[in-house]
Design a protein around this ligand. Structure first.
Ligand code: BTN
Length: 241
């Protein structure tokens, strides 16, 4: 599913990370985006809180990457590059990245990423990628202790930007980077695939589906031809028939 196809906008949430995680645990597919106008318990890296007043772009994306856990750091980098490039294109401002997960402008923090993964016996079940971007936030909306280190697009440009348009542009760029990062792995997997053309049964989300394996989709989902058409499965347990 394209990353811009399923975007949920909420007025206020404790944290989009938590809502996206709950949805993923309930089986939400890759590409679901949870966005909140404000967060009341925004989370930063290393257990820090993340100030998330109205005017910012606060969202989390559900991913189900066919990657081993040690490769997940790359996803964060790909996402950072996609966001920085998009913002350079839209604002013309010289964005910079600070390893691992910070977006900088004028040597102040403009935004940050958070990557939370959910593993099942060493396999990546899903990843939640969060981005917080200080868009239309005046200086006095930041907590006093953050003011010397934080900035926003409004502070830097005296212009307001549409969070919706920024979100769509960042998601489009992120999807391109994601597909490019995953493509060689999916291509090689398809060469080695033991299941292709075989009848199988896949147990997922509490029920089973029977069909014939048809390889992996570009985003790493298992494609199964069933009597009612082709379906793409992002998780599940495969049994040969
Ligand atoms: C950091 O730099 O510490 C990472 C900050 C990540 C903040 C975003 S805002 C949207 C999503 N929901 C959260 O609670 N955190 C991330």
């Amino acid at each position: 599913m394209p990353f811009t196809d399923s975007i949920e906008w909420h007025e206020s949430l404790p944290s989009t990370m938590q809502t996206a995680r709950d949805r993923a645990l309930a089986g939400a597919p890759q590409g679901l985006v949870i966005t909140a106008r404000e967060q009341t318990a925004g989370r930063g890296r290393l257990g820090r809180t993340w100030s998330s007043p109205k005017g910012g772009l606060w969202f989390s994306l559900v991913l189900r990457p066919p990657l081993p856990p040690e490769k997940l750091g790359l996803l964060g980098l790909a996402f950072g590059v996609a966001a920085a490039d998009t913002l350079i294109q839209i604002t013309g401002l010289p964005m910079a990245l600070k390893w691992p997960n910070d977006l900088y402008l004028s040597q102040r923090k403009l935004g940050g990423f958070l990557l939370e993964s959910h593993l099942q016996s060493d396999r990546v079940e899903f990843v939640i990628l969060g981005l917080g971007l200080n868009v239309n936030i005046p200086a006095d909306s930041f907590p006093a202790e953050l003011r010397p280190q934080a900035t926003s697009l409004l502070i830097e440009t005296a212009h307001e930007y549409s969070p919706e348009s920024l979100l769509r542009a960042i998601l489009d760029a992120a999807e391109g980077r994601y597909a490019a990062a995953i493509a060689p792995i999916v291509a090689r997997w398809n060469e080695l695939d033991a299941a292709r053309g075989r009848p199988l049964r896949v147990q997922y989300e509490g029920h089973g589906v029977e069909g014939t394996a048809a390889g992996l989709s570009p985003d790493g989902a298992l494609l199964v031809e069933t009597p009612s058409g082709q379906i793409a499965l992002h998780s599940g347990e495969v049994q040969w028939l």
